[in-house]
Design a protein around this ligand. Structure first.
Ligand SMILES: *[C@@H]1O[C@H](CO)[C@@H](O)[C@H](O)[C@H]1NC(C)=O
Ligand SMILES: *[C@@H]1O[C@H](CO)[C@@H](O)[C@H](O)[C@H]1NC(C)=O
Ligand SMILES: *[C@@H]1O[C@H](CO)[C@@H](O)[C@H](O)[C@H]1NC(C)=O
Ligand SMILES: *[C@@H]1O[C@H](CO)[C@@H](O)[C@H](O)[C@H]1NC(C)=O
Length: 458
């Protein structure tokens, strides 16, 4: 079937682009569904924003963790993208020699392509990212009108963000969606914490940094897939499709894949010219390559990775259950936080670990779906006749947590299941750290049990 579809698609490239576009739209192969963590949110959000109503219940409080919206690439990727200018010239040249498989229209698009991202704006939130936040806020407010009021009150709403431009600006635009451009100017946003363990626990978790992030074992399957036959064939295919005489390196094809994602994310109703380097089969190979990294680095591969997420989960439970906490809490952070929390909750767990030796096609762990730009997770406390309940939404869609048999889960059931996350979340113990101390001291300190207090304020 795949062979047929691929052949069919390649054949179609020689027909008009309109037909190709129509084909892509009517097929499950939409390139926009395979862009990994660079997937723009406009392809993922829940379009139904009518109020979420349960009989004898009323939405009361909300706690949300939100990945910043679509952003520019980091310095390294901006520099790599600069190298694509040379490849662009080569593609045009080879096509004029009759090589390559791009259509006239695609070549024209390629001709017009240029890269002018200023290095000093690396990772900045883009216009599309601003829109993602405004619209996300508007939809959530329509769904949960009691938890998310129309007027701003600094006692009942909390915005918190990491000390980064993209997270801070995401908060600002989200607030704009809630209260309008005029009122947002009156909001005094609290300064970002320099070290914020609720928002970015893994950054300060020494043990995780050492045992997972900087451990070569973490990248074993990812690297294995990077030199697999499947990947090598993909590099050859992409190079041939672009008309190149030399086979592109994995690094270059990876850069093309990333830019395909970024540029598609930045502009509404636009697919990046670099996406033309791929067909259905080859883009899925690149997508899997990135999912492997995500799974082993941020997902289920190591218990420590998601266990440390208790810091955020405890914050969520405290916010929803303690009366003195704000009615609405919005945390603006990064992919690394959101994805680890998903694993803490037991969501999207693949049946078996993802491996580099064989592509797992029907995997639940798919960053294109779960970790797009502006990816978000919401917990909404409902006051019900029979007691408090919690509704969980991921990408604005209601999700049923694995430990619960209902969408609207009794709060007691959750606090029971997550009692360890709430009551035994000793960050320094889990992470083998004491702030500002070397390791030898840390061990002694944790033995002396002096470390609990610090976390209790989080
Ligand atoms: C760009 O290409 C040159 C050679 O063509 C290479 O030496 C350099 O490392 C590349 N830069 C990046 C950032 O990939
Ligand atoms: C809320 O706003 C009032 C009036 O502007 C101010 O006095 C108060 O300190 C603010 N509270 C917080 C928690 O920011
Ligand atoms: C794929 O290419 C790499 C680099 O050229 C090579 O080291 C590797 O052995 C190749 N893999 C297979 C399965 O042939
Ligand atoms: C550490 O102290 C807390 C009270 O502050 C206590 O509940 C806990 O059991 C102690 N843990 C150990 C390992 O002694």
């Amino acid at each position: 079937m795949t062979v047929f579809v691929t052949t069919f698609l390649v054949a179609l490239v020689y027909l008009s682009d309109i037909q190709v576009a129509a084909f892509i739209k009517s097929n499950d192969f939409g390139i926009e569904n395979h862009l990994g963590s660079r997937t723009p949110y406009r392809f993922k959000y829940n379009k139904n924003d009518s109020p979420v109503i349960y009989e004898n219940c009323r939405d009361h409080k909300i706690w949300m963790v939100i990945r910043h919206g679509t952003r520019l690439p980091g310095v390294k990727d901006i520099m790599k993208a600069q190298n694509l200018t040379k490849i662009k010239q080569e593609i045009l040249l080879q096509h004029s020699n009759g090589k390559g498989q791009l259509s006239m229209k695609q070549l024209k698009q390629m001709e017009d392509w240029y890269n002018d991202i200023p290095l000093e704006r690396d990772k900045f939130l883009t216009l599309e990212g601003q829109n993602e936040m405004i619209q996300l806020a508007e939809r959530m407010q329509r769904r949960f009108p009691h938890a998310m009021k129309q007027s701003y009150d600094n006692k009942t709403i909390l915005f918190r963000y990491t000390a980064t431009q993209r997270a801070q600006q995401s908060a600002r635009y989200f607030a704009t969606g809630l209260f309008g451009e005029k009122d947002v100017r009156r909001i005094v946003f609290p300064p970002a914490h320099k070290i914020d363990k609720v928002l970015r626990f893994y950054k300060y978790c020494d043990k995780w940094q050492k045992q997972v992030k900087k451990n070569p074992e973490t990248y074993k399957e990812y690297n294995l897939f990077g030199i697999s036959r499947e990947m090598n064939e993909t590099l050859e295919y992409v190079s041939k499709r672009l008309g190149l005489t030399n086979v592109l390196t994995l690094e270059m094809v990876n850069t093309i894949y990333k830019l395909c994602g970024y540029e598609t994310a930045w502009h509404k109703r636009h697919i990046s010219v670099w996406c033309n380097a791929f067909d259905d089969k080859s883009i899925k190979v690149l997508e899997y390559y990135h999912d492997l990294r995500s799974y082993w680095l941020d997902g289920y591969a190591n218990e420590l990775t998601y266990r440390q997420g208790c810091v955020s989960m405890r914050h969520m439970f405290n916010s929803l259950t303690k009366e003195n906490r704000p009615r609405a809490t919005f945390l603006f952070t990064h992919s690394g936080t959101l994805v680890k929390i998903l694993a803490h909750l037991g969501l999207y767990k693949p049946e078996a670990p993802l491996t580099g030796s064989k592509m797992v096609n029907d995997r639940q762990w798919r960053t294109s779906d779960i970790d797009s730009f502006a990816a978000n997770l919401a917990f909404v406390l409902f006051k019900c006749k029979g007691g408090d309940r919690v509704l969980t939404l991921h990408q604005e869609k209601i999700v049923r947590l694995p430990m619960c048999s209902e969408d609207l889960c009794p709060l007691k059931k959750l606090t029971n299941y997550f009692q360890d996350s709430i009551h035994n979340c000793n960050f320094n113990e889990i992470c083998g750290t004491v702030e500002g101390k070397d390791e030898a001291t840390q061990v002694t300190k944790s033995k002396l049990n002096l470390t609990l207090r610090v976390n209790e304020e989080l």
